[in-house]
Design a protein around this ligand. Structure first.
Ligand code: AHG
Length: 280
């Protein structure tokens, strides 16, 4: 597993260099979800694939930017699903973006995730590894140095409500409104990596991307986005649910399946479960 973490550190340094080169133009290609890919998405994807190809313990990889699973090493133990550059359209406006990696054994399913890593490309580059606990490293003078262990409080102060409000179910709108009418502060950039990172660093709160009238199964992809962050939040002593159940218990039928997702500290997640229990 250590070889995978070292490889991801290398990808982070190379992707940071790509971001700094400043090419945010569109390519001619679409990804499997139908989004037009930026050249930066494609280049970041290639960087990761090339670096992972040399890591013998990786059996298979699958990228959010690609249609199918790729086989790497017969004797490999781990399967990695990754989003090379989540929120890449935010590079244009100079907001933070990130890479997300879910590391699985046996099959690409939430119940089989064994570690998660994400990288935040902001004013600083930070890399977070969730395994037994959640450790944050920062890129300083060309190498990643340990900074702190991230742990959520029982209850937080931040509220990050995703998706289009006109498509929210009334009970979801009520939940979000109620939180704002209490002491919660709005924090939402449109990039799940920095938005969830902020909740983890600042002790807690709620990030929601619900099922909506136009997208009943939400937008966030299980293997590349939802499961890695669900694992990270659980290891940081928080929780992640789809409204009814723990997201890591949801079966995956197709690699690009999406799921409604709520990540947060325990009090906020219990509140979501209470509201959603009687709906849907
Ligand atoms: P994309 O991968 O298409 O850039 O989407 C980013 C994701 C995620 O990072 C973010 O939380 C969410 O989309 C934002 O979506 P909304 O604008 O619908 O809230």
């Amino acid at each position: 597993m250590q070889a995978i973490f070292e490889a991801i550190k290398q990808t982070a340094i190379e992707i940071q260099n790509l971001i700094e080169q400043g090419d945010t133009s569109k390519s001619e290609q679409e990804n499997s979800t139908g989004d037009t890919q930026l050249k930066l998405d494609i280049k970041s994807d290639l960087v990761i694939e090339k670096i992972f190809a040399d890591v013998k313990c990786i059996k298979q990889i699958v990228s959010e930017e690609q249609e199918a699973i790729k086989h790497l090493h017969d004797d490999g133990k781990y399967l990695i699903a990754y989003d090379p550059l989540d929120g890449s359209s935010l590079v244009d406006v100079n907001l933070s973006v990130g890479s997300i990696f879910g590391i699985y054994e046996n099959s690409f399913e939430g119940k089989n995730i064994v570690a998660a890593v994400y990288v935040v490309f902001g004013p600083r580059v930070e890399l977070i590894i969730a395994q037994d606990d959640v450790k944050m490293y920062r890129l300083l003078n060309g190498s990643f140095e340990f900074i702190q262990t991230l742990k959520l409080q029982q209850k937080g102060t931040l509220n990050a409500p995703g998706s289009t409000q006109m498509c929210w179910e009334p009970y979801h709108k009520q939940l979000i409104d109620d939180m704002f009418n209490e002491t919660y502060t709005m924090r939402y950039s449109g990039g799940m990596v920095p938005d969830l990172h902020q909740i983890l660093i600042k002790g807690g709160g709620l990030f929601s991307y619900p099922g909506t009238t136009d997208k009943p199964k939400g937008k966030l992809r299980q293997l590349f986005e939802v499961f890695p962050f669900a694992y990270t939040f659980e290891k940081a002593q928080g929780a992640a649910v789809d409204g009814k159940q723990r997201v890591l218990d949801i079966p995956t039928e197709h690699i690009h399946d999406t799921s409604p997702a709520f990540f947060g500290s325990c009090d906020e997640i219990n509140r979501v479960l209470k509201v959603y229990k009687n709906h849907g």
